[in-house]
Design a protein around this ligand. Structure first.
Ligand code: COS
Length: 384
């Protein structure tokens, strides 16, 4: 594995850092408090190609590789995990899945618009009774002459109330279990498609989450993504990309909390010297740094495998598990190190702590990641 970044990677990171500093960070706290979905930021981000980092330049992406994507998501995650969440769903779960599984017509129709930020994508797999147990899909797609009629509900869909295009999974043949699940591409303005924003979230408050209800939504065969019955495999392949983006964003959150803590510890005086001179504070910073750097290595390892196009579910789950749990631990230590001030929105660390809590739950909980890792190590499935 190559540890040095190329000149192009440095450039990608610098551009992402400048964008995040100039356009994302200034409104991150306000958008969080007021629950404002950052449409303006996305409008500015679209033309840069950074909304879909690995898509080719010809169709509006940035044309970088997965290390480049990790660098962008790290920089954006440092500034605002809500924006990074929106991008993870848009790029990793929606656009990249269309790139991998779509027909030429679907790619031509959707990818340039997704890449340029002209439309926003979301991903609807979870249901009220199908979270970790994702094979238990209840939303039904029934065949009717030459089209499909979809009815049922989806839960906890990131960007569900804001997106224009929904990659949605439905049961087309309940007798076949997960082999009866099929993926559909559905414009959210299709009659019968309803989204209701969830309120009262602890964190990621600028990244709106919605519950969806589909009432006899009519969908054509052209809107199938992949073949009938291939949906679960498509969902799992999408999550290999999604979990990677989450891990990279959480690396950014941990890095932000570490940097904020170092700055605070150097500045703040206690017992006649800077906090940074106290042994227990140095111990906290050392723990934060080691955990953060371990996340970085795991994210880069997963990126390296993705660049080679080889299976990476095991390494991606390790990166997701470690980086999300680390973001929580490091943000928690950062709040502690900042003392009472860290418990207010005067500093960004409390926002990072609230935001990080969601990342150990969405796109597969930490417990699910451990069971995927355990299955890889033992050959035994705890899900069977
Ligand atoms: N890429 C492509 N195909 C995959 C895959 C992957 N990463 N992982 C599994 N598959 C395929 C398998 O090959 C299998 O297909 P075949 O039977 O044709 O061989 C099929 O998918 C079923 O796989 P598996 O046996 O692993 O399914 P399980 O029921 O054991 O999966 C877990 C269990 C828990 C891993 C899965 O349900 C899961 O990831 N749950 C969490 C869901 C989640 O993250 N939800 C959040 C949604 S987004 S907020």
């Amino acid at each position: 594995m190559e540890f040095d970044l190329t000149h192009a990677h440095h450039q990608v990171r610098e551009n992402a850092r400048i964008f995040a500093t100039d356009h994302i960070l200034p409104s991150a706290s306000h958008n969080d408090q007021a629950e404002i979905f950052p449409h303006q930021i996305l409008d500015t981000l679209g033309p840069t190609g950074m909304m879909t980092p690995t898509l080719p330049r010809e169709i509006g992406g940035l044309g970088t590789d997965f290390i480049g994507e990790a660098l962008i998501f790290e920089e954006i995650g440092k500034a605002c995990s809500s924006v990074r969440t929106i991008l993870s769903v848009h790029n990793s779960l929606c656009a990249l899945t269309i790139l991998q599984w779509g027909t030429d017509h679907q790619k031509e129709r959707y990818l340039p618009a997704l890449a340029g930020g002209k439309i926003l994508g979301c991903f609807a797999l979870t249901e009220f009774t199908a979270g970790s147990h994702a094979t238990q899909q209840n939303l039904l797609a029934k065949r009717s002459v030459d089209h499909w009629i979809l009815s049922g509900q989806k839960a906890w869909v990131s960007s569900g109330s804001e997106a224009n295009l929904c990659l949605l999974f439905a049961q087309t043949d309940p007798q076949k279990g997960y082999r009866g699940i099929t993926a559909f591409l559905i414009p959210t303005d299709t009659p019968g498609f309803h989204a209701v924003k969830v309120s009262g979230k602890t964190g990621l408050r600028a990244a709106h989450t919605a519950h969806l209800t589909l009432e006899d939504v009519e969908v054509s065969d052209e809107q199938l993504l992949g073949d009938i019955g291939e949906g679960f495999k498509i969902a799992m392949s999408a999550l290999d990309n999604g979990r990677f983006g989450v891990a990279a964003g959480c690396l950014g959150q941990a890095q932000a909390c570490l940097e904020a803590s170092i700055a605070y510890a150097r500045d703040r005086q206690s017992f006649g010297k800077p906090l940074a001179g106290h042994q227990l504070v140095q111990g906290m910073l050392a723990d934060m740094a080691v955990q953060t750097e371990t996340s970085r290595l795991l994210v880069y390892q997963a990126a390296h495998l993705k660049n080679k196009g080889v299976p990476n579910t095991y390494q991606t789950s390790m990166a997701k598990l470690h980086a999300t749990e680390t973001a929580v631990t490091v943000a928690r230590l950062a709040v502690q190190l900042h003392g009472a001030a860290g418990y207010t929105n005067e500093y960004p660390v409390e926002r990072h702590l609230r935001d990080a809590l969601a990342t150990t739950i969405y796109e597969g909980t930490s417990q699910i990641q451990k069971l995927i890792i355990g299955r890889h190590l033992t050959g035994q499935s705890a899900f069977a």
